[in-house]
Design a protein around this ligand. Structure first.
Ligand SMILES: [Zn+2]
Ligand SMILES: [Zn+2]
Length: 305
């Protein structure tokens, strides 16, 4: 669907405000000759909290219904996810669901294997031309698709109906801008202008880039523990940065699982948070693959990209 003027402006603000704010934060640091530790702590906690809003809230709770939250938990994580400035909850979940349904096909909203209708797997061209097209496709999967004049959803999209049946999800999506403004206001109250720049813009930029790495890098770099119909990979670096979301091949195999890191050494911070909330009876019906399901799906030989 062609973007409306509001969607076009919203996308540009979401892209450029964090970049401009980050440049301003760096410039202020140079002018002052230091960065206050309080601002860096604000950056850390906002990065952590709103990042979990995306991974636990928008992704595992809303899109994949990996667990059943209590109302306060649902509200909290939808609010934190909205504060990350990656779009309203229903938009985010719809686009991500489409990614799973059409993963690494021409209909995938962000596949690093497609460039303008060309499947780059096995594409015959000179080495330089192939490298160029792979780089363009990687950029498109990372951020480029956000700049396009079209948006991979519309109001009548049947994928959205599941999300639109939930009154709180609809409310949080409609009030998306309120939560973004609230985030900046909170950072301002805590740390003034530098606090707003570091806890607002810098933290948003980092959280966005980490989410984009899940869309781009974990479909190119890493290994496959499971055979899937897509190019998803397990990538420990992205897993660490993205709070467990880099175990992306595991996720594509068991997309309903609340846990993406499926072995003891595959650290998955988002699942740790869900596990703790389950112990505190804040969430229930946490969905996990059985050991027999994992064993049945494991590849005989893992392949690297
Ligand atoms: Zn994926
Ligand atoms: Zn997913």
């Amino acid at each position: 669907m062609v973007k409306s003027p509001v969607e076009r402006i919203g996308a540009l603000v979401a892209m450029f405000l964090p970049i401009m704010g980050t440049l301003a934060a760096i410039w202020l640091a140079f002018v002052n000759g230091y960065v206050r530790s309080a601002d860096l702590w604000l950056l850390f906690w906002m990065y952590l909290a709103t990042g979990l809003g995306i991974t636990v809230g928008f992704h595992r709770m809303l899109t994949h219904q990996s667990f059943r939250p209590t109302l306060p938990v649902k509200f909290l994580f939808l609010m934190l996810g909205s504060m990350a400035l990656q779009g309203p909850a229903i938009y985010w979940a719809t686009v991500h669901w489409k990614h799973h349904v059409h993963s690494d096909t021409d209909a995938d909203p962000h596949s690093p294997w497609w460039w303008r209708g060309i499947d780059l797997r096995g594409f015959m061209a000179s080495p330089w031309h192939r490298i160029k097209l792979r780089a363009l496709a990687f950029w498109n999967a990372h951020m480029g698709w956000l700049f396009q004049g079209t948006i991979p959803w519309d109001q009548s999209d049947p994928v959205q109906q599941r999300f639109r049946r939930d009154a709180l999800v609809v409310f949080m999506s409609r009030t998306f801008v309120v939560w973004v403004v609230l985030r900046f206001a909170l950072c301002w109250l805590i740390g003034g202008l530098p606090g707003m720049l570091w806890g607002g813009c810098v933290a948003i930029l980092l959280t966005q880039q980490v989410t984009y790495l899940v869309n781009s890098a974990t479909h190119v770099v890493g290994w496959k523990d499971f055979d899937t119909t897509d190019e998803s990979r397990n990538n420990p670096v992205v897993a660490l940065l993205a709070k467990g979301e880099g175990w992306h091949n595991n996720h594509h195999k068991f997309m309903w699982s609340a846990r993406h890191g499926l072995t003891w050494w595959q650290f998955d911070l988002s699942y740790v948070v869900i596990w703790v909330m389950q112990r505190l009876r804040l969430v229930s019906e946490v969905r996990l693959p059985k050991p027999s399901q994992i064993q049945a799906g494991v590849r005989r030989h893992s392949a690297s990209a």
